[in-house]
Design a protein around this ligand. Sequence first.
Ligand SMILES: Nc1nc2c(c(=O)[nH]1)N[C@H]1C(S)=C(S)[C@@H](COP(=O)(O)O)O[C@H]1N2
Ligand SMILES: [Mo]
Length: 199
Amino acid sequence: MVTRGFFGKGNDDLDKKRLPPGQYLENRFPVLSAEPTPDINLLDWKLSFSYNNEIMAEIDWNSLNKIKSTELTKDIHCVTRWTKFDMNWRGVSVQNIIKSLDLEVPSDWVMIGASTGYTTNLPTEDLLREFTLIAYEYEKKPITPEHGGPIRLLVPHLYFWKSAKWVSSISFIDEDKPGFWENYGYHMYGDPWKEQRYS
Ligand SMILES: Nc1nc2c(c(=O)[nH]1)N[C@H]1C(S)=C(S)[C@@H](COP(=O)(O)O)O[C@H]1N2
Ligand SMILES: [Mo]
């Protein structure tokens, strides 16, 4: 006889290994925003790359949409302790955008900016990881405005505050600097597996 308990136990063990320390499993998709949700038309959206206050390149939706996209399914971890398994996203990897714009990376750190003023810092190395995306679909549908639509950053290997919603700028900087939440004491890097919540 197959009982629920039998499968339940197996799944629980598997789930525990997938949960970073101090996290609980969430089935809903909570909204966490420091700002009011902006209304951004996809056709008005732009992402700039800059260094020393000079714009190196800009990309709009039309050009972004021509670059090979990446679909991925990842567990996402928020510093407020929720983890949601198997979140499905589509977007273009920042790596591929930089290649297609033929940009030379000028520094080891970046400050990510949103059109709302939100900022968050990252090592350039993490920005260029295969799965760091400029994302425009969640579960095969356009990302909704409250979740950062039409376009947000997705850095699935770090706590979710690094995944800036309404992303609009990537500024290369010579030295690491705190962004919005990092200024309030959040960790400069934010690895969920090392529980890097606060500095
Ligand atoms: N622009 C912007 N991006 C943001 C935030 C924010 O307040 N503003 N919050 C961050 C935090 S703390 C989390 S947990 C996730 C939440 O994304 P969600 O609202 O889609 O769940 O977005 C991150 N990106
Ligand atoms: Mo968060």
